[in-house]
Design a protein around this ligand. Structure first.
Ligand code: GLN
Length: 575
């Protein structure tokens, strides 16, 4: 197993995740099997209980793990499926060590950060890196480890120390480190001092950078590269210049241009790993497809506008996978994607401190959009605005996709305005809602007291109902009988209302295996009005866009018929 650690200095949020997943993707083009681990040095056990407004979206895995959004990047770039153990947090490590201590496993020893915590981290990494994550079912060759936060933080200290020890545990040929730093441009001049200081900090902790990834707004100039190399004691070929590019899909191309792979191959003796000619060819094809798609996308000028009507629109990272799934779909439809962000509460006319200007601006955005998307969410705030947006889409034949909460919203809107159930709502928005008005109810098996990890989570099958062969969404899924998608919810559609809803033309074309839980709805006689109780965005891939998202973008671009003509089964992710 070869390990490539990606750490960061200077500031957080400089794109370590994109650099790490791009590196993994390039290694994959060599025919290697690549996995990844994300380390988050916070005390939370997982991201499930963290506010999306603070940390960005909570990503959900097949096994129901609620993890950091960077794991989504890895899955999308590498075409892999990770497990909850691939996201290491301080909380998980400490609770494992404390549990062992309580069992008496440390035989009377004083339990300490060094060596007990640091050993637990190393053991965890070694164990998890070997888990097969792709369709081959084989152990990976390379593991990318992204260390969250910045080196030098109190929080990350035990992890930095564990990685320092780890380089000796696995040996020099199997361990390389890329440190990502920032090169600010002040009055037109690229400044290297923060990078010099960051590398000095790193070295003082016993870690040696093999490559330095320099993030910069402008193209790194040769003298800047030379200066960084000289002052940080590395060769100029070890300095990677990563300037701002118009899409993150270009980063692998940028790294390849700079011969990153040649350097890593030599440094980690990658040629010692046996790669069959077929896998090597597949790797090459992956690179070619990737380049083709990104350059083709650069040349597409026709625009498609999608309005995301949500409540966490102040931090776009709250909807990262949704954005990505839209991007993948727009690339497939050769359209330039324009996302307009609509804070759903702005669409509500009679909110207390209603700001008239925001109200009109928000409605203008919704009315101008080619398609409307109501993503997942929790709580009451802004839901009336979402209901209004769903009504607009339904009545005006505007393509609509509802995800999770977006499905519940569509049903509430339909119950109110088509079935005529005045005040129909969700028990989530009003806990004393009378049952005859409850379009959405609490799922019986869900724990009401404990919030962490207790929702209906992870990969579960949805089966298409009989007689749904002509359904658009089923066709988009290639006519399959059932689909596997990831879930994260506590509430569900009230089964008591289903017959009445269906009689008026809103069909639940997909249900769970027991046929009890409503999973996919589709409105008859509408160009595209689809919603899913699951989150299709979580398994969308660059080369294989999520089908419900593809449907929305294609319908909004006026190309749905063209997309449906193709054999959609062939759109498999053949990474
Ligand atoms: N709040 C809703 C539920 O728990 C929707 C969840 C979601 O959109 N992820 O069912």
């Amino acid at each position: 197993m070869k390990y490539v650690v990606v750490s960061g200095g200077v500031i957080s949020g400089i794109g370590k995740g994109v650099l790490a997943s791009s590196t993994g993707m390039l290694l994959k083009t060599l025919g290697l099997r690549v996995t990844s681990i994300k380390i988050d040095p916070y005390l939370n056990i997982d991201a499930g209980t963290m506010s999306p407004l603070e940390h960005g979206e909570c990503f959900v895995l097949d096994d129901g793990g609620e993890v950091d959004l960077d794991l989504g990047n890895y899955e999308r770039y590498l075409g892999i499926s990770l497990t909850k153990d691939h996201n290491i947090t301080t909380g998980k490590i400490y609770s494992a060590v404390i549990e062992k201590e309580r069992k008496g496993d440390y035989l009377g020893k004083t339990v300490q950060v060094v060596p007990h915590i640091t050993n637990a981290i190393q053991d965890w990494i070694e164990r998890v890196s070997r888990i097969p994550v792709d369709s081959t079912g084989l152990e990976p060759d390379v593991c990318i480890i992204e260390l969250g936060g910045t080196v030098g933080d109190i929080e990350s200290a035990p992890f930095v120390e564990a990685l320092r020890q780890f380089q000796f545990r696995v040996g020099r040929d199997d361990f390389a480190l890329i440190h990502v730093s920032l090169v600010p441009v002040i009055h037109g001049e690229q400044k290297t001092k923060p990078t010099q200081a960051a590398i000095k900090d790193l070295r003082s902790l016993g870690l040696i950078p093999d490559m330095i990834g320099c993030r910069c707004a402008t193209k790194l100039e040769k003298p800047t590269i030379d200066k960084i190399a000289m002052f940080t004691h590395v060769g100029a070929d070890q300095v990677l210049a990563i300037h701002d590019v118009n899409s993150t899909y270009h980063v692998p191309l940028l790294l390849k241009e700079q011969k990153m792979i040649q350097y890593l191959s030599k440094r980690l003796k990658l040629s010692d790993i046996h790669i069959s000619p077929e896998t090597s060819l597949k790797g090459e094809q992956l690179y070619n497809k990737w380049t083709e798609l990104t350059t083709q996308h650069d040349r597409s000028f026709e625009k498609v506008t999608i309005a995301i009507v949500g409540k966490y629109t102040n931090l776009h990272d709250s909807y990262l996978s949704v954005i990505k799934a839209l991007e993948h779909s727009a690339m497939r439809c050769t359209r330039r994607l324009e996302i307009v962000w609509v804070e759903s509460s702005d669409l509500e006319p009679d909110t207390e401190s209603v700001n008239k200007a925001n109200f009109h601006k928000a409605w203008q955005l919704v009315c101008r959009a080619d398609g409307i998307l109501v993503p997942g969410g929790f709580g009451t705030r802004g839901t009336e605005g979402m209901i209004a947006a769903a009504k607009w889409a339904r009545e005006n034949n505007i393509p609509y996709l509802g995800v999770c909460l977006g499905l519940q919203i569509a049903v509430i809107e339909f119950a109110r305005n088509v079935l005529g159930i005045e005040g129909a709502s969700s028990c989530e928005f009003d806990s004393s809602l009378p049952i005859e008005k409850a379009a959405v109810i609490y799922m019986p098996e869900i724990d009401k007291e404990k919030l962490g990890g207790t929702m209906r989570l992870g990969l579960r099958p949805t089966c298409f109902e009989k007689g749904t062969e002509s359904s658009i969404i089923r066709k988009l899924y290639g006519g399959e009988e059932s689909v596997l998608e990831r879930h994260r919810h506590r509430y569900e559609i009230n089964p008591a209302l289903v017959d009445d809803i269906e009689a008026k033309g809103l069909k639940f074309v997909g249900k769970d295996e027991a046929s009890e839980r409503m999973e996919i709805l589709e409105l008859k006689n509408h160009p595209f009005y689809v919603a899913t109780q699951y989150h299709p965005e979580y398994i969308s891939k660059v080369l294989d866009p999520s089908r419900p998202f593809l449907g929305l973008v294609a319908a909004a671009s006026g190309t749905l018929d063209k997309i449906l003509e193709k054999d959609l089964k062939k759109y498999e992710n053949d990474f």
